[in-house]
Structures are given as C-alpha cells and as structure tokens.
Design a protein. Structure first.
Length: 134
C-alpha cells in the first residue's frame, strides 16, 4: 500500500469539525474572499486524515456566491482545503470527498469563507457548517 492510503477494509474513523457557530448572512456578498467569522476559526490536527468534504445548509440563496473551507499552518497564509459549494439553491449542500491537501496534514487553523458574490444578493447559511474528515 502507498503511504497515506488506508488498507482495503481498514477501520475508518470520521471526524467532524464545526466551522461556524452561528447563522451567517453574507450581506451584499462581494466577489473577493470574505471570512465568515474570525472567532469561529478552529484549530485541528489533520495528520493521519485522508479525505475531506464540506457540508452546509443554505437558508437564503443568491444567484452567485460560493462557500469553501481554508487552512493555514502559519496563521497568515491561507490555502483552500475544500472545493467550493454553491450558495444556490437553498438546502443541504455537500461537496464530494477529496484528498486532504498535503500541506494541510499538520496542526493547522481552519476557517469558512464565502466568495463569488455580485454585491447585490444576501446568501445565508445556518449554524453548523461542517468539515468532515476520514
């Protein structure tokens, strides 16, 4: 087996990390990356994780706009941890499982960001967006 790939039939533990503690409306969401709430940043040890997906409940849709999780290992340079979820239409959203980036397999901080808005609409998410790892 190659390093970082679980054996077939191996026991897999999933970890969930909540990335936002309160509902959030992105008033007049802009195209640039906007952090949901710096107070909601989560410290995590992602060593030994293989895959990740992002899940969120969109409560008010916008025609444009997306959501994704990012990570940092130094507190200043952020990189994408997940692919983006569309903020339209409303409902439960889940990205596909994808490999955890090699650079994120460390002790790092995670944050939730929105981007791609049109400065007019106000998409919103419920509390409890989750980064799920396995």
């Amino acid at each position: 087996m190659s390093e970082g790939v679980p054996e077939p039939g191996a026991f897999s533990i999933r970890k969930d990390l909540r990335l936002n503690m309160a509902a959030r409306t992105y008033t007049n969401l802009v195209a640039a990356v906007v952090e949901s709430n710096a107070a909601d940043r989560v410290l995590a040890d992602l060593q030994g994780t293989f895959d990740i997906r992002l899940m969120a409940w969109v409560t008010a849709a916008g025609v444009t706009g997306q959501l994704k999780a990012q990570y940092t290992v130094n507190g200043s340079t952020w990189a994408d941890l997940t692919t983006a979820l569309s903020l339209t239409p409303t409902g439960l959203k889940a990205s596909t499982w994808q490999p955890v980036p090699v650079g994120a397999k460390a002790i790092c901080a995670l944050r939730l960001v929105a981007f791609g808005g049109n400065t007019v609409e106000d998409p919103a998410i419920a509390a409890g967006a989750i980064a799920e790892f396995r």
